[in-house]
Each structure stands twice: as C-alpha cells, then as structure tokens.
Design a binder for this molecule. Structure first.
Ligand code: PLP
Length: 430
C-alpha cells in the first residue's frame, strides 16, 4: 500500500505494521464500543426531537432558551440521569467540579476521596493549598484514602466514613498520578460498598476523559452526579468550551442555584450562539473518542515493543490517557517536540519546559489544537521529574495520532535517544 510517511524511518513504519497486526482485537473492541455509543447518542437526538431552531442564539437573561434546555435533556438522556446542567458558562471541568462540590456541601460537611489525591487543579478548590473561596475556607473538610499499591483500600475507606461524610468524589481517570484509572465496573462496586456503609452519601464521579470510552457511564452504576469538561471527550473537539454536571434532579437544582443564583437556577443563562457546536460536538464525540482510544492502543503497543513501561499496560476502558516512562529529560522533550510538530495548529512552535503555577516541577506541554487546552485533541505533557513519565492523550483522527506516534519514535532514533540497532533487532525477531 502506498503511503507518504517520507519523514518516518522505514523501521518505524514496519514496527507500526506489526503493532497494528497485534492489536486487531483491541481495536475491534474499541470500534464496537464506539458503534454502540454512536447509536445511543443518535437515538437520544431522535427522542429529544433536536431541531434546527435549537441552534438559535439567545441573549440577555436567556429566558425560554429551548436550545439550552434541550441540550441539557440530551445529556441526561445519554447519561441516564434525571437532569443535567450543560453550559458554556461552566468554564471547564475544574469549574464544573467546584460548582458541584460547593453546591452539594454546607459548613462542617466532609468530602472523602476514596481513590487518592484528586486532579492537580482541585487542590486549591479543596483548600489543601490555602486559597480564597476554597471549600476549606467555607469550613468544608476533606479527607482522602490512598490506594494500597494498585488496589482500592476498602478497609480504610470504611473506617474513614462518619456521619459527617456528605459526599465522596471518585476520579475515574488517574490524571497525572501513578495510580491506575478506574473502570466503570470498579466504580460501581466502590459506590455500592460506600452506600452500604452510609446510604445517603452523595457519590460524585469526576468523569473527565472517561465519556464514551465504555458502553456504560458511572451514572448508570450508582453515581448520583457525574461531572466533565467539554474540551475533553463530551465536547467532541467542536464545543468551544464548557462543562457539564449530570445527575439527580435535587442535586442538579442546587448546582444550578450555585451557578446562577438561588431563585434563578436553570431558568437563566443565554447561549450566545454557542449551541450548534455543542450539539455537533456531542454528536461526533463517540467517533472522536474512538480515534483517541485507537491512538492510545497504538502508542501503548509501539512503546511496549520498544521496551518502555506504559500505563495502563492493558486498557480497561477507563479513559483515553497513556503514560509512557521515557526515563529521561531528553526523551520527554523530544517526545513533546515531535507531537507539537505533528499537529495541525502551531506545528512551528517548539515546546519548552517551564514553571507553571500550582506545579512543583517544571512542566512541558505539546498541544497544537483548534480549541485552546483541548485535550481530546492530540496532546502530551510531562512534569520534568523522575521517573520521567510523559502523558499522552487525544487525537481527533486515528491517522493523525498514528503518524504523530511514529514521528516521536523516528525522531528519537534520529537523536540517538532510542537505539536504532535495537529497533532493527526487534524487527528481525518479529
Ligand atoms: C482535565 C481534568 C480535570 C479538569 O478539567 P479542565 O477542563 O482542564 O478544567 C479534572 N479532573 C480530571 C480527572 C481531568 O482529567
């Protein structure tokens, strides 16, 4: 078959063909999941009678915004929840999580994370790092139970739950942590365990990076609320931004009151002409997530073959992230440079490690994306510290993702970060 990978070394192209052969079953499973989800989304569009008029702009208060209300109905139909809040005014996943956590707690309540440290941007939300308007400032306390190795520490969770425990926050994706990401089934078991101890605990799942990776969502296995970002999976790379909170009606009402004002709730919030792209993004999301999952499968296969440790070693349909232990600063920098160079936007830019607010080490990020910070699009980032793991996620097409991965490896061979002889040996033995 003819290709035009002129800038990729012949050995890498051959290795790519081998990895594609070896991952046929995994790719097929991903396609089956995506097909299921695409039809699920289509059926929801049908039952919600989505129509051209729903894309119309509203201004000012946004009263009677049928497009906004129908988009929210769509999300709750797809996720199997009683209600949903889906707004461009939810700036991002972090903002949606903050709104939900602060709306669902009152002073002296306790929030428990049974799966270790939450995502970096939540530290200031919780108040682990003293910050104005944090939950801690509002006298909401936070506890966490870490993983015991790679296992959830059920015993410790049991002893950490008290009458004060109002809400548990379960983060599906490992984010930039070393613990494993959770499958929907694992979260279901965990939530059943927790409700067995105290039945009125609110189970909130941070679903970022997880939407449409499996055929069930956490809201279908016991989560009272799920929260996510529209510059990740559920925005399908077309939403200009935003976030969602979906779940039990009484809880969504509280979140809406927190977002707008008590007494206004979901009734206000103009869409400013952003709805068409939110609808389009949701519609295409299962297909875009498939491209990201296939890219993850390919990247894992390639780097495993080259002898690197990747996480997850075997995908469990939890999220779209792959971390690769490159083991050196040069490796990480080269990897990110190649990802940037293989992106449609800003390919001429050279990413460099820099000190970022909230991080203790320098961080390097590659993201040549249509939407700023959109990590459903191909992107990579890494803190510059031992053990030198790089985190890879996204890609809106598989061809683009596959090409970028081959380019990272080809460029690392060129710079002698990966030994060309070793690659040849792998090929001979294959
Ligand atoms: C990305 C992410 C967030 C924050 O979402 P933003 O849209 O970047 O604010 C929170 N939790 C997890 C697990 C994430 O991956």
């Amino acid at each position: 078959m003819k290709h035009n990978y002129a800038d990729i070394k012949e050995e890498v192209i051959k290795l790519g063909e081998i990895v594609l052969d070896e991952t046929v079953a995994q790719m097929k499973e991903a396609e089956t999941i995506a097909e299921y989800n695409e039809i699920k989304v289509l059926k929801a569009f049908n039952t919600c009678n989505v129509s051209e008029r729903h894309f119309m702009e509203t201004t000012g208060y946004g009263y009677n915004d049928d497009g906004r209300d129908t988009l929210e109905l769509l999300f709750s139909t797809i996720f199997g929840t009683q209600d949903a809040l889906v707004r461009p005014s939810l700036v991002s996943g972090t903002n949606a999580l903050y709104i939900a956590l602060s709306a669902l707690t009152v002073p002296y309540d306790e929030i428990l994370s049974p799966v270790g440290k939450p995502y970096d941007t939540l530290e200031k939300v919780i108040g682990s790092v003293e910050t104005a308007c944090s939950l801690k400032e509002n006298l909401v306390r936070y506890r966490q139970v870490d993983f015991k190795g790679d296992e959830i520490d059920f015993e410790k969770i049991k002893s950490s739950i008290s009458d004060k425990t109002k809400l548990v926050i379960i983060q599906r994706s490992k984010g930039y942590d070393e613990r494993p990401s959770l499958s929907v089934q694992q979260m279901g078991e965990l939530m059943a365990f927790i409700k067995g101890i105290k039945s009125d605990i609110i189970c909130l799942v941070d679903n970022c990076y997880g939407e449409f990776v499996d055929i069930v969502e956490p809201s279908e296995v016991g989560a009272d609320v799920i929260v996510g970002s529209l510059i990740k999976n559920a925005g399908g790379f077309l939403a200009h931004g935003g976030g969602y909170i979906a779940g039990r009606k009484d809880l969504i009402e509280r979140c809406a009151n927190r977002l707008t004002a008590p007494g206004l709730g979901k009734e206000v919030g103009a869409n400013h002409g952003l709805l068409r792209d939110m609808y389009r993004g949701l519609y295409i999301a299962p297909t875009v997530v498939l491209a990201a999952v296939k890219t993850a499968i390919f990247a894992s296969g390639m780097f495993t073959k080259l002898g690197f440790t990747v996480n997850p070693p075997v995908r469990n349909n939890s999220d779209i992230i792959t971390s690769i232990r490159l083991g050196s600063r040069e490796g990480i920098v080269s990897f990110c440079e190649s990802i940037q160079a293989a992106s449609p936007i800003d390919s001429f830019v050279t990413p460099e490690p820099y000190a970022m607010p909230g991080y203790s080490d320098e961080v390097i990020m590659a993201a040549g994306t249509f939407i700023q910070g959109s990590s459903i699009e191909l992107s990579a980032d890494a803190p510059i510290r031992e053990p030198y793991d790089v985190y890879l996620q996204g890609s809106i097409t598989f061809t683009g993702g596959k090409y970028a991965i081959m380019k990272t490896i080809s460029d690392m061979i060129e710079k002698d970060i990966i030994d060309r002889k070793k690659v040849r040996k792998i090929l001979e033995e294959a």
